[in-house]
Design a protein around this ligand. Structure first.
Ligand SMILES: *Cc1c(COP(=O)(O)O)cnc(C)c1O
Length: 463
């Protein structure tokens, strides 16, 4: 090759990714790439594209963990090759998962915490499918035993997360979702009673409603169902979707009875990767007692020498998340979790107070109870600049914050906005958010949106 063939020389001698030939052309996007790339070049392409995503720490729309300790990064790295389903190859991983199940059963006051059954999942969605299937199976067994029809099962709930809609559709269950009403955003005992019948496989109560972050009154719902059972013999089990609340209520409101202290609560799910503080990809479902999970849903795997029950939708699944969950349990204990969640709660309350003080907003949830979060809506207008919460969300996005605005389910006229305060969302970050909200309100006042001239001096905002 002649020396003056500079391109070839350059490719051989210059190792700066951005001077390489690879980066002078676009990589294929939708066709399978014909050639290989050096690892560092391919890495730079992917890494740089990810830069365009939002900053997860500034995403206050998510319930999921966006900050973890360096030790969690290390454990995740050490576990990258561990498949949680290979219980014979990785018996300690299996053992640690089992311990975590019993720790959670203990945290949630199972009367049989040391012996009950449960499993890790990819998140609350898979956990909901498993818990829902158990309810369906138990209902069908009861109906068959009584020689009654097993057609048309239904599930009763309030405004649930989409995973329950999926469960109902995938597994052919009628979802009796009690709609929200103006000013009432939770399932209530009497609404529950109006929906249950002999085909109800169970009632789902949510501890930390996705849309408002409030807790549904699990104990009162259980009491009403106890009363129904006493009056009519209709015995309807309760599942608690504690995706977020399962890792908040035990620490911040230990006296609140929502868990296995209530005999009617037969199963609970939670997302380890939300307030459980594990990295993404960790959920849990626990049954009150082993007998609450029908045996024929369990697949027995005997290749450990012992008898390993498994109940999951997935087969292969990463083990690191569950190991980090266990790390969190050891690292924090009840005391540590309480401190973390308490700090989040105080920051959420601080945020709600600041937002309330702006003037145009009405606080729907201030974090004093329920999840550490703030949720607000606009007071009836007019407001300076005539903005909507969607405009405010856009304006905050301009500063990098993701604070979503959305209508409440079934109440299209009630638009709310919500910020989840998680471990890693500090008081200083929230102060910066408040300052940017303040700036947004000034900006709207000075750049009114479609506002009639006569309305230009709209009131309501002071800062
Ligand atoms: C997030 C959430 C879910 C779904 O959980 P994933 O862990 O994201 O699968 C279900 N229910 C409630 C109440 C939730 O907040």
């Amino acid at each position: 090759m002649p020396l003056h063939a500079k391109d070839a020389v350059r490719d051989r001698w210059v190792d700066d990714v951005y001077c390489s030939r690879d980066s002078s052309v676009a990589v294929p996007k939708y066709r399978f790439p014909p050639h290989a790339l050096p690892a560092d070049h391919a890495y730079a392409v992917v890494h740089d594209e990810l830069m365009l995503d939002g900053n997860a720490r500034m995403n206050l729309a998510t319930f999921c963990q966006t900050w973890v300790e360096p030790e969690v990064h290390r454990l995740m790295d050490e576990c990258i090759d561990k498949n949680i389903v290979d219980k014979d190859e990785y018996p300690q991983t299996a053992e640690i998962e089992a311990r975590s199940v019993h720790m959670l059963a203990d945290l949630w006051n199972s009367p049989a915490a040391a012996n009950t059954i449960g499993c890790s999942t990819t998140g609350s969605s898979e956990a909901a499918m498993l818990a829902g299937l158990a309810l369906k199976w138990r209902w069908r067994d009861r109906r068959r035993a009584a020689n009654q029809s097993t057609e048309r099962p239904n599930l009763v709930c309030g405004s649930v997360q989409v995973c329950w809609h999926k469960f109902a559709r995938y597994f052919d269950i009628e979802l009796r979702e009690v709609p929200m009403e103006p000013g009432r955003y939770s399932l209530t005992p009497d609404k529950t009673l109006r929906c249950v019948d002999e085909n109800t496989i169970g009632v789902v109560a949510t501890l930390g409603v996705t849309f408002t972050c409030q807790y549904e009154p699990v104990r009162e719902i259980c009491r009403a169902l106890d009363d129904l059972a006493a009056r009519t013999g209709l015995d309807v089990p309760v599942h608690v979707d504690a995706a977020s609340g399962g890792f908040v209520a035990p620490f911040l409101e230990p006296e609140l009875e929502w868990d296995f202290r209530l005999p009617r609560v037969k199963s609970i799910n939670a997302s380890g990767h939300k307030y459980g503080l594990a990295p993404l990809g960790c959920g849990w479902v626990i049954w009150r007692e082993a007998a609450d999970l029908p045996q024929d849903l369990i697949f027995r795997v005997d290749y450990l020498g012992g008898d390993m029950p498994t109940f999951n939708l997935n087969f292969s699944r990463p083990g690191g998340q569950v190991m980090c969950q266990y790390y969190n349990f050891l690292r924090l204990g009840r005391e540590g979790y309480r401190e973390v969640q308490q700090a989040c709660r105080e920051t959420a309350t601080f945020l709600a107070e600041q937002i309330g003080a702006f003037g145009p907003f009405e606080i729907v949830h201030d974090g004093r109870s329920g999840l550490p979060a703030a949720c607000w809506k606009l007071k009836p207008g007019p407001h300076a600049g005539n903005f909507t919460l969607y405009d405010l969300a856009d304006r905050l996005r301009y500063h990098g914050w993701q604070v979503c605005a959305y209508p409440l389910p079934g109440l299209p006229e009630v638009i709310v906005q919500r910020a989840l305060i998680r471990h890693g969302v500090s008081r200083d970050l929230v102060r910066a958010l408040v300052a940017d909200m303040c700036g947004a309100l000034v900006w709207f006042r000075d750049h009114p949106i479609n506002v009639p001239v006569s309305n230009k001096d709209g009131s309501g905002f002071h800062h």
